[in-house]
Write a new protein. Structure first.
Ligand SMILES: CC(=O)N[C@H]1[C@@H](OP(=O)(O)OP(=O)(O)OC[C@H]2O[C@@H](n3ccc(=O)[nH]c3=O)[C@H](O)[C@@H]2O)O[C@H](CO)[C@H](O)[C@@H]1O
Ligand SMILES: [Mn+2]
Length: 346
């Protein structure tokens, strides 16, 4: 009888211990959405995302017809089989349903240094209407003037805003290009724990239409609205071979604008780290690439092909007048700014 009780006690203690260990494990382990192993960078464990499409509900989605392409006027897939996202190429209901169940957090970096804090209100208010609606978004506002970040913007459920204090550099070029370094460091310091994906955006922009889960992918870049009709020899890549961003005339696929890029934390970390290193090498020999970090971004994407491309709908420019038949919907666009007024130097 006594023996039986001891066995029972021992079994209970062991079971309790196992439950405790399991709870501790659940608490400490990063949220893993993928069945595959998570990779590490100097001790950082990236949150993995499973891209398998599983629909939980019966959706009344339109049937895709193999012999009826949705867009015949534009390229919708690259030669390396990455989709190019255009209006009409995705069903918002299906794609939202696919991503919703993963409880994703999208880190969103936006720099507002000096007078660029003026752009924050419109940027944030329009983002709340159109950017990753239904997903958790964590904005990181990098600024030298925390007091100028508008405090009374209502954020939706699951949406957060943190301020990251950064120094102000003398020249606008330096402010712009140093973003690579500051984003890299912020990912290593804390963002890697706090999100599954990251998007890095310019602040002198406004959302006008949906930018949602259709834009998520491992490495995502947007095609510049001013150059997509030109041959690559005319893209404004850095051409001087003295720069690490140099791209020869006969290389390159698309010219991407640096106003929006993103992807999985791990991939964007590698991108920002490489660009930062190259920017430093250039600086040590007294060279600044023609379009600063955008030139380095383009060099990187010539070598490391993006897994998803956003059409110019995702990075339009208010200064671009005239009808572009292929643009059915402007989603995100640069506002017209008085450069002399907002920038530190000409
Ligand atoms: C049309 C055009 O010329 N576009 C180029 C110009 O973009 P932009 O005219 O879009 O550059 P920008 O003045 O918006 O600067 C880029 C971003 O850096 C931040 N910022 C910049 C300056 C400042 O004082 N405070 C601040 O916060 C802010 O988030 C801003 O959105 O320069 C970029 C890189 O340098 C790219 O080469 C662009 O292709
Ligand atoms: Mn800009």
């Amino acid at each position: 009888m006594i023996q039986k009780r001891e066995h029972w006690l021992l079994a209970s203690v062991m079971a309790g211990g196992m439950v405790l260990c399991w709870l501790v494990f659940l608490h400490c382990a990063p949220v893993s959405l993928n069945e595959g192993p998570s990779e590490n960078y100097e001790g950082l464990t990236w949150r993995q995302v499973n891209h398998q499409v599983v629909l939980n509900h019966r959706l009344q989605s339109k049937q895709a017809k193999l012999m009826e392409p949705v867009r015949t006027d534009v390229l919708t897939v690259t030669p390396w089989m990455a989709p190019i996202v255009w209006e009409g190429t995705f069903d918002p209901l299906v794609i939202d349903e696919t991503f919703r169940s993963h409880n994703l957090t999208i880190a969103t970096t936006v720099f507002a240094v000096g007078k660029y804090t003026h752009f924050l209100r419109d940027f944030l208010e329009s983002a709340e209407k159109h950017f990753m609606v239904g997903l958790d978004v964590h904005y990181y506002v990098f600024t030298d003037l925390p007091g100028d970040v508008p405090g009374n913007i209502t954020l939706g459920l699951g949406r957060l805003l943190s301020i990251v204090k950064v120094p102000k550099f003398d020249r606008w070029q330096e402010i712009s290009l140093r973003r690579m370094e500051l984003i890299q460091t912020a990912i290593e310091d804390h963002i890697y724990r706090e999100a599954h994906y990251i998007f890095c955006l310019d602040v002198d922009m406004r959302f006008h239409g949906r930018v949602g889960s259709e834009a998520l992918g491992r490495l995502v870049a947007a095609i510049h609205p001013w150059f997509y009709m030109y041959p690559r020899s005319q893209y404004p890549y850095e051409r001087r071979t003295v720069s690490t961003a140099s791209v020869p005339q006969d290389q390159g696929d698309f010219y991407y604008q640096a106003n929006i890029f993103g992807g999985a934390l791990e991939d964007v970390h590698r991108l920002t780290k490489t660009c930062r290193e190259h920017l430093e090498v250039d600086k040590s020999v007294g060279v600044e690439a023609v379009w600063q970090e955008e030139s380095h971004l383009n060099w990187y994407l010539v070598k490391n092909k993006p897994t998803k491309l956003l059409s110019p709908e995702y990075v339009w420019d208010d200064a671009k007048r005239g009808k572009a038949e292929e643009i059915k919907l402007v989603r995100f666009s640069s506002v017209i700014k008085n450069k002399a007024e907002v920038r530190e130097n000409p």
